[in-house]
Design a protein around this ligand. Structure first.
Ligand code: MN
Ligand code: MN
Length: 464
């Protein structure tokens, strides 16, 4: 009998030929998902498409219900054998990712370059976004309600966009500035083009306009020719600049996956996989997936975790499945996972983690009993009884897991959506795979962690 707890490396646990094949199959599906879903809308579309194929639908009386909201958030529930009053097993994850949004009036021309002004969304490190190929994703809604969906800069051979960086020769002053001051948000302008409007089209412009902003005029002309747009249409648009190109395998051994938006699309993908792989058997408890928007900016708005959307969906579920069950019974008896990524111990910054309570890449999904900052402020502190039940569940299934804090105490901090659902009285804890380069345009995860996390989600959803 061993008394000491030793975390296990997933690569060493899942080393049979069968496991290795399953790890690669899952990673291949994930690479495809991650390359395709770079916005909350694209992610929600993907989720709805997969769930509709699996028999989920709008019929509230059906046993598999699907409720998308504004194309950015989605609630999906599958009825279990037990009465809903005995509680559901829920996985929460978020669809949004830190990025650069286009401003509502984006177009400008400076020094013979046509640009789109941006306004960053969520916690980015600004310097990571300069001098790299970017794509433009989003929707533009016209006055008549017609909506145009764009994903420009992704197809091979298609032009990309970029934010020009300062040359080192003229960066002497910037080099001495603190990081916070050296990269200004108002200088994060996306290069859109630089060809002036051609002469025949110029003749349609008024004489006094002739001398100014010919490049911006050229861009507007192009937008009109290609998409029938006028400048005002951009005011009712949601356009995001995101890293261009597909997610990739990383390392000589192809053991890692690199790509944009793994926080938190990795958990959206894995929870969805876990649910769809479980459809053959009737589960004991009702299984629910809730994918929300706006986590990165405080869970606000109608599609964020602080909205009443989740509550409305739970009320509707009871109305059709078990009208005599009080909402409080369902909520108080439910078990939740706030499925979000956890920072992996950084090989170059080990001093920022407290070794005993740090997570390692490849050692499986990580429990974080509490998040928050300083003296556990704004933390959902999961109950010890719930942690015990969960570790028992994973141990019985032989799935590696680890227990960690975000970093050293007083070194920073952060939060997830856990507290917004804990307020309903359910048991909930933060749980998910670890990530290196978190919140960067190229985040890293371990293929073996993805596999272990998917197994953990399946075990949780189907637990008695
Ligand atoms: Mn997250
Ligand atoms: Mn985040």
């Amino acid at each position: 009998m061993q008394f000491e707890f030793t975390p296990r490396n997933c690569w060493e646990v899942y080393n049979s030929a069968k496991d290795k094949r399953k790890i690669e199959d899952l990673a291949a599906r994930y690479l495809n998902f991650l390359s395709r879903c770079k916005t909350e809308r694209e992610t929600t579309d993907y989720v709805c498409q997969i769930l509709r194929q699996a028999g989920f639908g709008e019929d509230p009386k059906g046993s598999k219900i699907l409720r998308p909201l504004q194309g950015k958030a989605v609630f999906a529930a599958r009825r279990g054998r037990k009465n809903p009053g005995q509680g559901a097993h829920l996985i929460f994850a978020h669809t949004d990712t830190p990025r650069l949004d286009l401003k509502q009036r984006p177009l400008q021309e400076q020094s013979s370059v046509g640009q789109a002004k941006t306004h960053y969304y969520g916690g980015i490190r600004k310097y990571q976004w300069f001098a790299r190929p970017l794509a433009l994703h989003g929707v533009i809604v016209k006055e008549n309600g017609e909506s145009l969906t764009l994903a420009l800069g992704e197809k091979p051979g298609e032009p990309v966009f970029t934010i020009a960086d300062l040359l080192p020769h003229l960066a002497a002053k910037q080099m001495d500035q603190p990081l916070r001051a050296a990269f200004e948000a108002e200088k994060m302008n996306l290069v859109l083009g630089h060809r002036p409007l051609e002469a025949p089209s110029r003749q349609r412009r008024k004489k006094e306009d002739e001398s100014k902003d010919k490049i911006k005029a050229g861009l507007l002309n192009l937008l009109h020719e290609r998409y029938g747009l006028v400048e005002e249409d951009l005011y009712s648009a949601e356009l995001q600049a995101v890293p261009a190109g597909p997610a990739l395998e990383v390392g000589l051994d192809s053991s890692l996956i690199g790509g944009f938006g793994q926080d938190d699309r990795v958990n959206v993908f894995l929870a969805l996989e876990a649910l769809t792989q479980s459809l053959a058997q009737e589960p004991p408890h009702t299984q629910i997936l809730v994918f929300l928007d706006k986590e990165e900016i405080g869970s606000e708005g109608s599609t964020g975790a602080k909205s009443r959307f989740f509550e409305y969906c739970m009320q509707e579920l009871l109305r059709h499945w078990s009208p005599e069950t009080p909402l409080a019974d369902l909520m108080l008896n439910s078990r939740g996972l706030s499925a979000d990524v956890h920072p992996a111990s950084d090989p170059d910054w080990p001093d920022l983690h407290e070794k005993l309570n740090a997570a390692l890449l490849g050692y499986g999904p990580c429990f974080c009993k509490f998040t928050g900052s300083r003296g556990k402020y704004e933390a959902n502190d999961a109950h010890a009884e719930y942690v015990a039940w969960l570790r028992g569940l994973l141990n019985k299934a032989g799935i590696p897991w680890q227990m960690a804090e975000l970093g050293k105490v007083d070194q920073g901090g952060g939060g997830t959506v856990a507290m917004h659902f804990a307020k309903y009285g359910m048991n909930i804890i933060d749980f998910g795979p670890t990530v290196l380069s978190m919140h960067s345009p190229f985040e890293l995860t371990s293929k073996a962690d993805l596999y272990a996390t998917c197994l953990a989600f399946k075990t949780f959803l189907n637990a008695g």
